[in-house]
Each structure stands twice: as structure tokens, then as C-alpha cells.
Design a protein around this ligand. Structure first.
Ligand code: SF4
Length: 318
């Protein structure tokens, strides 16, 4: 059996790093430059193995809880957000905290707080156990109930005042089905205009949808614990392509490529572009020459670094 050489590689655009991930990774890099190693990071700064390893080599120490950080040390909170309890623990330990929570996650926290203050029962659409969900629920634990599926909506109790919010990295299509069911069962429920799924998740899913229609196989670069990367695999499969999630080119299995003419590549919001380029090189080395990009949406979102970092940088350069 000979080695399959796909005729064509098609890259989804947009793919990879979003503004929130870029900001969070830069935050840790700047914190290391400004404060020196070690800098403690609560949880994985973003859900990508390669990024975490690279920062670890530069002196970041990843911990599961703020309670593991030595008193007075510098600690960065990850892009996924934290509950008020975590901030309180950090204060008790006198930590120099730098919060790298994505502003689009902070927006959901604010919605939760506002609805809770107004006496609403809040339905949070999200995945149990995900860090972002834990952080958001921590804002108003007594007011929030979590639903993951349409079936979960069917077992909800009605309340006089109801509102919904969502995790930022869900499947756009599945979430709209859950919201439709919520509106059907509770016509008085209020919420954001559509959902809280962020621009990056929405755009990457829109791009992989079109990509999958033109490909036999779609390879998604991203880590197993990355919610938005897993959704990309699902969307690709739902749109007619075979699809697999891989950390890097070394995980590509020969049996996946066998007989595949057009191979699509995309990457989750926390996956660096170098990993994509390494995968492209893997195919070029086999003999694939036709490599092009399928641009579906243009993105130009940027977030400012956290205030503490900006201030420290200004002081350092003064
Ligand atoms: S995926 Fe969306 S919510 Fe998450 S860090 Fe990126 S921009 Fe922010």
C-alpha cells in the first residue's frame, strides 16, 4: 500500500489564536519580564498543551488553585475567568494578582451579576466542570442553574423571573436549539440578543463549516480540553467531512489520510499558528503542492493588556 498524497490542503480562515488568548499569553510573557521568574499561573492560561509547556520553560509555574501560590507572589488568572471566591483567597494571601480573564468572559460574569441582583433565576448554558462555567457560576451560585442540552431544559422548574446566559465557546447550532427550547417552555425568559458565544468561536465554526463542505478530511489542531476546538471537530463532521482533533502533526494517523483527496486544516482559538504551519509542512514533505486558504470571515479584534501590566510597563520604561 503506497503513501497517500492529498491533492490539496485547504486552510480555514479565520483559525487559531483569538484576541482573548493572545492577550492572556502576552500577559504571562510580560509578567515574567517585569517581575522575573517564577510567575504563578492559576490553571492552564489557555487550553493548549504547547503554549503551557513553552511558558513553563520560561519560568511560569502552573497551579490548580490560588491557595498553592506562596504568599505575596505574582499570580496570573487564566483567560477562562475565576469566581469571586478566588479573588478573595488571593487577597487573603496577599498575592500580586494579574487577571487575564478574556473581556468577553467578563461580560458574561457582569450579565450574571446584573440578572441575579434583579432577582432572576439564571439558566447558564454550558459544559459542567469547564473552568469558565465554574467561574461564572461562582458569581451568583444561588441564582444559577446549569443546562447542557435540550433535554436538560425539559427538566427545569419554571420561575417567575428567568434569564439565560451562555458559555462563550459552545456550538452555535446546538446552543440556538437549547435557547429555542428555553423560549418555548418559558416564553417570559430574557437573555442576550442571541447568545454569549464569542466572535472567535462563531467565526471559526462558520469557517470550518464551509471548509468541511469542500474537504474529505478536516484536521483540527487543539488540545483535548479545549472546548472550542472540540466543537470544530463536531461541526466539521456534521458538515460532511471526517474530522480529528490533534495536538500536532505527529498525531496524524496514516489510516485517516488514506484515499483522502482534499484535506482541510483549522485550529482552535488557543492553538498557535506554528503548529498549523508544521502540519502544512508535513503534507508538503509528502508531496502535496496545492496549499490554499479559504477565507470566510475577516477578523480585526484586539484587546488591551490588563491594566496592571500596562501600568508596570509604563513605569519600567519611564
Ligand atoms: S475564545 Fe472567545 S471568549 Fe475565549 S478567550 Fe477567545 S475571544 Fe475570549
Amino acid at each position: 500500500m503506497g503513501t497517500t498524497v492529498p491533492e490539496k490542503i485547504l486552510l480555514a480562515a479565520p483559525r487559531g489564536y483569538c484576541a482573548g488568548v493572545d492577550r492572556a499569553v502576552q500577559t504571562v510573557q510580560h509578567a515574567l519580564e517585569l517581575h522575573g521568574a517564577p510567575v504563578y499561573v492559576r490553571k492552564e492560561i489557555v487550553h493548549n498543551k504547547h503554549v503551557v509547556e513553552t511558558l513553563r520553560e520560561r519560568g511560569a509555574i502552573f497551579v490548580d488553585s490560588e491557595t498553592e501560590v506562596p504568599e505575596g507572589a505574582t499570580a496570573v488568572f487564566s483567560a477562562h475567568g475565576v469566581s469571586p471566591e478566588v479573588h478573595a483567597n488571593a487577597e487573603t494571601r496577599n498575592l500580586n494578582t494579574i487577571d487575564a480573564t478574556c473581556p468577553l468572559v467578563t461580560k458574561v460574569h457582569r450579565e450574571a451579576l446584573k440578572f441575579a441582583a434583579e432577582g432572576y433565576t439564571i439558566v447558564l448554558i454550558g459544559h459542567a466542570g469547564h473552568e469558565e462555567v465554574e467561574g461564572t457560576m461562582g458569581e451568583a451560585p444561588d441564582s444559577i442553574v446549569l443546562v447542557e442540552t435540550v433535554e436538560d431544559v425539559d427538566s427545569l422548574q419554571a420561575a417567575e423571573k428567568m434569564a439565560y446566559i451562555s458559555q462563550t465557546t459552545l456550538s452555535v447550532d446546538e446552543t440556538s436549539a437549547v435557547i429555542a427550547r428555553l423560549r418555548e417552555r418559558f416564553p417570559h425568559i430574557i437573555g442576550p440578543r442571541t447568545d454569549d458565544i464569542c466572535y472567535a468561536t462563531t467565526n471559526r465554526q462558520a469557517a470550518v463549516k464551509q471548509l468541511a463542505e469542500q474537504c474529505d478530511l478536516v484536521l483540527v489542531i487543539g488540545s483535548k480540553n479545549s472546548s472550542n476546538s472540540n466543537r470544530l471537530v463536531e461541526v466539521a463532521r456534521e458538515n460532511g467531512a471526517q474530522s480529528h482533533l490533534i495536538d500536532n502533526e505527529n498525531q496524524v494517523q496514516e489510516s485517516w489520510i488514506e484515499g483522502m483527496r482534499v484535506v482541510g486544516i483549522t485550529s482552535g482559538a488557543s492553538a498557535p499558528e506554528t503548529l498549523v504551519q508544521n502540519l502544512v509542512e508535513f503534507f508538503r514533505a509528502r508531496g502535496t503542492q496545492d496549499v490554499s486558504e479559504l477565507q470566510v470571515v475577516q477578523e480585526d479584534v484586539r484587546f488591551m493588556l490588563p491594566k496592571k501590566i500596562r501600568q508596570a510597563m509604563a513605569t519600567a520604561s519611564a
